[in-house]
Design a binder for this molecule. Structure first.
Ligand code: PLP
Length: 331
């Protein structure tokens, strides 16, 4: 039986040429494109909308009444889960791994959406997952029927949304050689590979949420393909681990440069935590020849703009005297 899905996202997302940025990087016209998954809707858009279509369908199928998830204070997934809950008439509890702060960026939207926010203090990845499980247990004990989503909605069911995205892209643009995507949990990357059928067609750029990203993507891509009834993807996983800088949520010089270059040549806004590092990975791959001349490349814009309004422009590059970087645990 196919896994159920509820409609939450604005689909299909547009695919647009980036010929001005392309020219600056030595691409011919028609070789560099962006797929606008920053335009999926759900209170600001981003890649989590596609995951939530499957996760929320699963929650409804199980008769759950409250969505529970969490992440860093600037979690895009938490914000979009709160929006999905409202659209479906469910409750929502989000656990944010920070001390309570004046709302900025995604947190403004969390507050407007009315989600119950649990400020869990500055926790690492595993401790944040444990705090989400704690919130789940508290709600269950109070007689609710909670549905637990890990940080980033990073389950195989969630990644099914990116098998769909791969099919959508293939129908929109023929002969795509490579998709470049930011990698947090790796679920988005894994879903794309499962859909495209070949690891050679996706380059994931590690943003520093997990050290074992390549291994995780490799395992998850096979699992997602299996769940969707597709052959296990061929080839070897491709991950760029060199764009992380000082860690997750910490700005890098090449990321800040990529963000400014994309804004100034294309009018396209990236986010400081994910897509700026992913674009830096694309630029590096073009410059050192891993992306060869003549290849047709698609940058998957996974969203995240609200975090920009919590970061401040000066924090975009790693310069001495940058203000403290934002979230310490992933979304
Ligand atoms: C969550 C997120 C990602 C990472 O997605 P994964 O599937 O966890 O790898 C990338 N970009 C943005 C803007 C995100 O919010």
């Amino acid at each position: 039986m196919p896994t159920p899905r509820v409609a939450l996202a604005h689909l299909p997302t547009p695919v647009e040429p980036m010929d001005r940025l392309g020219a600056a990087l030595g691409f011919d016209p028609g070789e560099l494109w962006v797929k606008r998954d920053d335009c999926t809707g759900l209170a600001g858009g981003g890649n989590k909308a596609r995951k939530l279509e499957y996760l929320c369908a699963d929650a409804l199928a199980q008769g759950c009444d409250t969505l529970v998830t969490g992440g860093g204070a600037q979690s895009n997934h938490a914000r979009m889960t709160a929006a999905a809950a409202n659209k479906l008439g469910l409750g929502c509890t989000i656990v944010l791994a920070a001390d309570e702060e004046v709302p900025a960026g995604n947190v403004v939207l969390d507050v407007v959406l009315g989600a119950e926010i649990v400020w869990a203090g500055p926790l690492g990845y595993r401790a944040t997952e444990a705090a989400i499980e704690g919130a789940y247990a508290r709600l269950a004990a109070a007689g609710r029927r909670p549905y637990l989503m890990p940080i980033g909605g990073a389950t195989v069911v969630g990644a099914l949304g990116y098998v769909d995205a791969a099919d959508e892209l293939v129908a929109q643009l023929p002969d795509v050689d490579l998709v470049v995507v930011a990698g947090g949990s790796g679920g988005t990357h894994a879903g794309l590979v499962a859909g495209l059928g070949d690891h050679a067609k996706v380059l994931g750029v590690n943003v520093g949420a997990r050290r074992d990203l390549a291994e995780a993507v490799s395992l998850k891509a096979a699992e997602v393909a299996d769940l969707r009834g597709r052959p296990s993807p061929s080839g070897t996983v491709q991950v760029d681990d060199a764009r992380v800088g000082a860690g997750y949520g910490m700005a890098t010089q090449d990321g800040g440069d990529a963000l400014e270059m994309t804004a100034r040549l294309e009018g396209l806004i990236l986010d400081p935590v994910y897509t700026a590092k992913a674009m830096a990975g694309l630029i590096a791959a073009r410059r050192d020849g891993r992306i060869a001349p003549g290849q047709r490349v698609v940058f998957l814009h996974t969203g995240g703009m609200p975090a920009l309004f919590a970061t401040g422009h000066r924090a975009l590059s790693e310069s001495p005297g940058s203000p403290p970087a934002p979230p310490s645990s992933p979304s």
